[in-house]
Design a protein around this ligand. Structure first.
Ligand SMILES: Nc1ncnc2c1ncn2[C@@H]1O[C@H](COP(=O)(O)OP(=O)(O)OP(=O)(O)O)[C@@H](O)[C@H]1O
Ligand SMILES: [Mg+2]
Length: 227
């Protein structure tokens, strides 16, 4: 066990106006571990993921990634930090509809200054692993929700981040395809020794991961347990 956890939330609280979405949430994920984040709709899973990813700064508490307090960073530095260290799959996707799948997947590599040719071939490899190689040159707006989700997973993994956060990455897929995409996500992160947090409603998905954290009304219901 390293000196720092790869991912740590300390007493994180967040409200949207009168709605309190997170209440004193604490969480610790060791380097290389994987966690399923579960809980009913509205329990705060996406809110927590957004705080962990540094997309939202919580009202109270802190998020530490590899020992670095990201809540204290200016917005610009937080975005850069996310690009360099994390891969994030958002619940409702955020692929650029005007770009093709391969162009979307290449984006992190290009933002990190990698050569276009290498970025393109790496992006194609990942799309192939995720079973959508034949759609690489289709615009994102012209593929199905499940196919776009696969590309979003590819984009989160393409720059080999140390930490991957995925919000219901298999939510639009049937169980067989969900299993295949999740296997690819778990294999790629384990192979790279990366840390993985997956939001899911699916017990089968959760059973692929090391530990389970459950939210209820914005609180951690259970301490991390082995599944
Ligand atoms: N942008 C927002 N503005 C106001 N309220 C919000 C906003 N986003 C989320 N909420 C509220 O915060 C609470 C937690 O929402 P959140 O999206 O984190 O839940 P979730 O567990 O991800 O749900 P789901 O499983 O449906 O995705 C809910 O009561 C929700 O209505
Ligand atoms: Mg959600």
């Amino acid at each position: 066990m390293g000196r720092y956890a790869m991912l740590e939330a300390r007493d994180v609280s967040l409200s949207y106006g009168a709605t309190q979405a997170l209440r004193d949430v604490s969480l610790r994920v060791e380097d290389g571990a994987s966690v399923a984040l579960m809980g009913a709709s509205g329990s705060g899973k996406s809110s927590l993921l957004h705080c962990l990813a540094g997309v939202i700064v919580p009202d109270e508490g802190a998020v530490l990634i590899d020992g670095i307090d990201v809540t204290g960073l200016p917005d610009k530095d937080r975005s850069r930090f996310r690009l360099e260290r994390m891969g994030v799959v958002f619940q409702f996707g955020d692929l650029v509809p005007e770009l093709t799948l391969v162009e979307n997947v290449m984006l992190p590599l290009q933002l990190l200054g990698r050569r276009t040719k290498q970025a393109r071939s790496r992006a194609r490899e990942l799309l192939d692993l995720l079973g959508v190689a034949d759609l690489a040159d289709s615009r994102t707006g012209a593929v199905s929700g499940g196919q776009a989700q696969r590309a979003a997973v590819a984009r989160a993994m393409v720059h080999e981040p140390r930490l991957v956060l995925a919000d219901e990455p298999t939510g639009s897929l049937d169980s067989i395809n969900a299993e295949a995409v999740l296997d690819a996500l778990v294999d790629l992160t384990r192979g790279a020794g990366a840390t993985l947090l997956v939001v899911t409603h699916d017990n089968v998905v959760a059973s692929h991961l090391d530990t389970l954290v459950t939210l209820h009304d914005g609180r951690v219901l259970s301490a991390p347990v082995n599944v």
